[in-house]
Design a protein around this ligand. Structure first.
Ligand code: FUB
Ligand code: ZN
Length: 652
């Protein structure tokens, strides 16, 4: 990553900061430097490279007109746009996912598909730099007249894709296209020029990526300026949603003064990610202050146990505090992907591991649930209860989620390690290796684990000469008695065990700080660090304000949330209760081809007589599976939160 460090650039009223003064406490190690070997994630990354991206390609260029729109622009025959005004973004996100995938696993077929699409995209760029198939085909006179129409959002995804593709292949063609676009945008909008409020935030974070790859500070400046445009009621147009509800697009209050989470969930996540990225380079503490308050509002009052956010379908976003229905939960896959982005930035800026706890929750539950085990079916919404009406789909009219989950999984290596000031951070427990360039030389760090099924994490070190450095392993909240930061969810039994840290089999002294188990010693070649987390089944309760979960409990093990699904339980998931003292035991199990640890228990249940005239109660052997695996065996009833007594049961 080409950060502009080591010197100060001053332009009127705007500065970037040097490495010494950087507010970044942990620099994430880029996925391209991390070789993922993990038994849980590597097959999923391979699945994305084959099935998921194939599905995205098929849908993008054959089943829908997304690629045809670019061809039509280049043909200049007055043909009409097909589909929705933000469909360009799905093409870009698929290219971005391809880029991440081929960076770590060469795939000439995928690369040549991306090259083919990039040629078509480049051919659709206008002389002045504008690139948007909807307006170019439907009437350029209307461009930049309606902030709701995603010209900014599409371009943001285009920039992200181009930066990723350049990074993966070294090919500049797409990067040059987006630089031309960004220069054009910069010529129209900015201080002393026209105002613009992004109708769907995304361009901000993308411009920071463009700044990092080009070292052109004007892109960082533009990102910061776009953020500063919010909260001034400057928006124009907004035909397709009520712009008067400025909170929908987080435009009611200036970003630096925001205290509450409002509106559309994906917009919010992308905006705060962009604000954190800007702050990482400018050192602007006001963004972080505001974001911490907003983050607490999300995590303490508005987040599902799965790390999913945005409970309401009406605005694809947040409603009232504590309004978290299970069956009606919207919980868009993209919103969970956004939680991963934002929480990583918060960890990076603060150095605190609690953000990774949230990231992990969203990653293993709310986001991963969005992708079928087969890799080619998707959830847009991720409810926490179903009467059996939900189904995974091949594609959607609004198809933001498939390529979003694909790009997240393909770039999973981004979230595992961090580094700063001679300290190595292990944020996620994923079998992998990477090399840290430490002051005294290189250290290769190899992690092996059967996480999330098992809490044993073994790290072997390779180096030429001994060196002293600090290694900080995240101590997950779930392993130290905290079901979720802020206590929206709690473990029924909060007895905690000390984490075990061994060096070559002998106890290694550590201290616990900011959610990390931290050891500093002189390491030598072939040292083996064993870190052991207590992987226990935990019973979870929710704060009483979460009325939908009153008299209900849920079960987690490590980072995974469990659910019961009809497929394992005689077609039913709503006829059992789980008294508070319920004790599940673990059992290896296979959901389709996915080997998981399932939970089994004998639970009180109610059976309606076949003629519907009465009901019997009894005990039933019940199996719970990881939430992310549900609905892979057809539509089924499912529940995460189980009633604790018959009076709260609802039989379906
Ligand atoms: O508007 C573009 C994307 O489509 C949003 O991020 C999603 O929530 C969906 O509305
Ligand atoms: Zn989506």
């Amino acid at each position: 990553m080409k950060y502009l460090l080591g010197f100060v650039i001053g332009i009127v009223g705007f500065q970037t900061i040097d490495a010494q003064n950087s507010p970044v406490k942990i620099e994430p190690v880029n996925f391209s430097k991390v070789n993922v070997t993990d038994a849980f994630w590597k097959p999923k990354m391979d699945l994305v490279a084959t099935k998921t991206l194939d599905a995205c390609i098929y849908q993008t260029e054959e089943k829908t007109g997304r690629i045809r729109n670019f061809e039509k622009v280049a043909r200049k025959k007055g043909e009409k746009h097909e589909g929705i005004f933000y469909d360009d973004s799905d093409v870009f996100k698929a290219i971005e996912a391809i880029a991440y995938s081929i960076k770590t696993n060469k795939n000439p077929k995928l690369e040549s598909k991306a090259d083919e699409w990039i040629d078509k995209i480049a051919a659709a760029q206008l002389e002045d730099g504008y690139l948007n198939t909807y307006y170019t085909l439907n009437g350029l006179d209307k461009r930049w007249t309606d902030m709701s129409m995603h010209e900014d959002y599409n371009a943001g995804h285009m920039i992200e894709a181009a930066v990723a593709y350049y990074d993966a292949t070294g090919k500049r063609k797409f990067l040059d296209v987006v630089i031309k676009w960004a220069n054009y945008f910069d010529s129209l909008f900015g201080p002393g020029k026209k105002d613009w409020v992004t109708g769907h935030q995304e361009l901000e974070l993308a411009l920071v990526k463009l700044y990092r790859v080009t070292n052109q500070v004007k892109y960082l400046h533009l990102a910061d300026w776009l953020l500063s445009e919010r909260g001034k009621k400057l928006a124009v147009g907004y035909t397709w949603t009520d712009w008067k509800d400025t909170l929908y697009a987080q435009d009611g209050v200036p970003v630096k003064q925001q205290k509450e989470i409002t509106g559309h969930a994906v917009r919010a996540m992308y905006m705060y990610t962009g604000a954190a990225d800007v702050a990482a380079h400018t050192g602007d503490v006001d963004y972080l202050k505001a974001m911490r308050t907003v983050w607490e509002d999300v995590v303490y009052r508005n987040m599902y146990i799965t790390g999913g956010i945005g409970s309401a379908g009406s605005n694809e976003g947040f409603s009232q505090d504590y309004d978290l229905p299970n069956e009606q939960a919207y919980c868009e896959t993209c919103a969970s992907v956004g939680m991963v982005f934002w929480n990583q930035r918060m960890n990076s800026l603060t150095g605190h591991a609690e953000y990774i706890d949230v990231l992990e929750k969203s990653l293993y539950n709310g986001a991963l649930d969005g992708l079928s085990l087969s890799g080619d079916r998707f959830f847009y919404g991720n409810p926490l209860a179903s009467t059996g009406k939900n189904a995974r789909r091949e594609w959607f009219g609004t198809a933001c989620c498939p390529a979003n989950i694909a790009r997240l999984i393909a770039s999973l290596g981004n979230y595992i390690y961090g580094y700063k000031n001679n300290t190595i951070y292990v944020n996620l427990f994923v079998g992998s290796n990477t090399t840290f360039n430490l002051p005294k030389g290189d250290m290769q760090f190899n992690m092996s684990t059967n996480y999330p099924w098992d809490g044993a994490i073994n790290c072997s070190l390779q180096m030429k000469k001994k060196m002293t450095t600090t290694i900080a392993f995240r101590l997950p909240g779930w392993a130290s008695g905290t079901a979720s930061p802020g206590g929206l969810y709690s473990f029924l039994q909060s007895k905690t065990e000390q984490p075990v840290l061994l060096l070559n089999g002998a106890p290694l002294a550590y201290q616990i700080k900011d959610g990390y188990v931290i050891a500093e010693t002189e390491w030598k070649d072939k040292d083996v660090i064993s870190y052991q987390l207590p992987m226990k089944v935990q019973t979870v309760t929710a704060r009483s304000e979460l009325s939908y979960n009153n008299n209900r409990i849920a079960f987690t093990r490590g980072p995974l949330v469990y659910c019961i699904e009809g497929a394992d339980n005689n077609g039913k998931a709503w006829n059992v209760i789980a008294p508070q003292q319920t004790s599940f035991t673990t059992q290896n199990f296979t959901v389709l081809s996915e080997n998981v640890v399932s939970l089994v228990a004998s639970l009180p249940s109610i059976q309606i007589n076949s003629d519907g005239t009465g009901a019997n109660t009894g005990f039933q052997q019940v199996r719970a599976i990881p939430y992310y695996t549900w609905c892979n065996r057809g539509s089924n009833p499912m529940q995460v939160w189980l009633p604790t007594s018959f009076k709260d049961i609802r039989v379906n």
